[in-house]
Design a protein around this ligand. Structure first.
Ligand SMILES: *Cc1c(COP(=O)(O)O)cnc(C)c1O
Length: 376
């Protein structure tokens, strides 16, 4: 039997214990009402989440991947339409473009922030380009100023993939409201997580919201009504009740993530060749992940593993180099930044319930690996 890790990558059970009475009551209430699909908890969550983000509408759905698919369909993507997205993301951002009938076009990332590089996006725009999909990767907003400028100049829409960036802000405004649509995931490990799959999109556009709500529910909002063909992508009552119980804690959890990231930043300064995650001016990072870079990534990861410290690689291959996109024939030189990062990035443990002792164990182990700077 493997020993329990000293420092887990994330600790969902610790979070549950910290708010157990609220979560248990929400689950019991939903079982009592038998409101398992849609129902009052779902309606309430849509209102609550829209208010927190500062958007006019929130349309819930089954997961963050569906939210992207529904967004592209709501924006009327047609076969042959090109959509530019980040070479460095989770596959959901790109695969849904294909499934909605569009053509995925990857652009490289900015060397510092891991987010879409507006200069490379500009090079990829053609007469067939319809939209841009920045990803606020790891919790840091993409360069929304420069990308917004490109959408206005070329008449494009923007969908923000906010799956990792709940409550992140850019120039004081919450992400999800910069583009036509912002999509969110409530996968259990995300900054706001359900106890199963869940997702939503937010928008200030009445027509997009109305289409998305209908499309996600077999093309109609009332039983027996099907104005269009749609899909089945609904939020469960139980998940909505759990999310309603957790949402009031999100600000505090986000502050904790920022505080822990600042601790890492301070204690890992000048250690080996480690590059700490830079935050661009005017952007509020919510540290879904704390991702460092080092040329000795694999050896460092193995060293931490032997000390019971769990880490992750997000992600082992940039999207253009996955077998799923082999058809494009992309070469490393096409996306030099994303390609270099895929062998350097390492996500360290960071979750709101992480203790000072756990963080120091990670720091000590990293300092020991690089052989120095033991004093903190
Ligand atoms: C988690 C994630 C998604 C997908 O969300 P699911 O709820 O798992 O479907 C999409 N994009 C990014 C960047 C993600 O991290």
């Amino acid at each position: 039997m493997a020993a329990t890790p000293l420092v887990p990558f994330n600790d969902l059970h610790a979070q549950y214990r910290s708010i157990q009475p609220e979560v248990d009551a929400a689950i019991a209430r939903t079982i009592r009402n038998s409101a398992f699909i849609r129902g009052p908890e779902v309606d309430a969550f849509e209102r609550n989440f829209a208010a927190v983000v500062g958007a006019k509408h929130c349309v819930s759905c089954a997961n963050g991947t569906d939210a992207l698919f529904i967004a592209y369909r709501a924006l009327g993507l047609q076969p042959g339409d090109e959509v530019i997205t980040s070479a460095h993301s989770w596959i959901a951002t790109a695969e849904t473009i294909t499934q909605a009938g569009g053509q995925v076009v990857f652009a490289d990332t900015d060397p510092a922030t891991f987010t879409l590089d507006p200069a490379d996006v500009a090079r990829k725009i053609t007469p067939r380009t319809k939209g841009l999909v920045p990803v606020h990767l790891y919790g840091q907003p993409a360069n929304l100023g420069a990308l917004g400028e490109l959408t206005r100049r070329h008449g494009l829409w923007m969908v923000e993939d906010c799956a990792q960036a709940h409550l992140a802000r850019c120039g004081g405004r919450t992400v999800g409201t910069f583009g036509a649509i912002g999509t969110f995931s409530f996968y259990p490990g995300k900054n706001l997580g359900a106890m199963g799959d869940a997702g939503c999109l937010v928008t200030n556009d009445d027509a997009l919201a109305a289409f998305a709500a209908k499309f996600a529910r077999h093309g109609g909002l009332r039983k027996g009504e099907h104005e269009i063909e749609g899909i089945n992508s609904r939020l469960d009552g139980l998940q909505a009740a759990i999310l309603n119980a957790k949402l009031p804690h999100l600000e505090r959890w986000t502050r904790e993530r920022r505080r822990l990231a600042a601790e890492y930043d301070r204690k890992l300064a000048g250690v080996g060749d480690l590059v700490r995650p830079p935050v661009a001016p005017g952007r509020d990072h919510v540290f879904h992940l704390y991702v460092v870079r080092t040329a000795r990534r694999d050896a460092l990861r193995a060293h931490l593993e032997t000390r019971g410290i769990q880490t992750q690689i997000n992600y082992p291959a940039a999207l253009p180099f996955l077998p799923a996109y082999q058809r494009f024939g992309h070469q490393p030189a096409d996306f030099p930044v994303a390609y270099a990062h895929q062998s350097q990035v390492l996500s360290l443990p960071l979750f709101p319930e992480m203790t000072a002792g756990q963080l120091d164990q990670v720091v000590d182990a990293i300092q020991a690996f690089f052989g120095g700077r033991v004093a903190r």
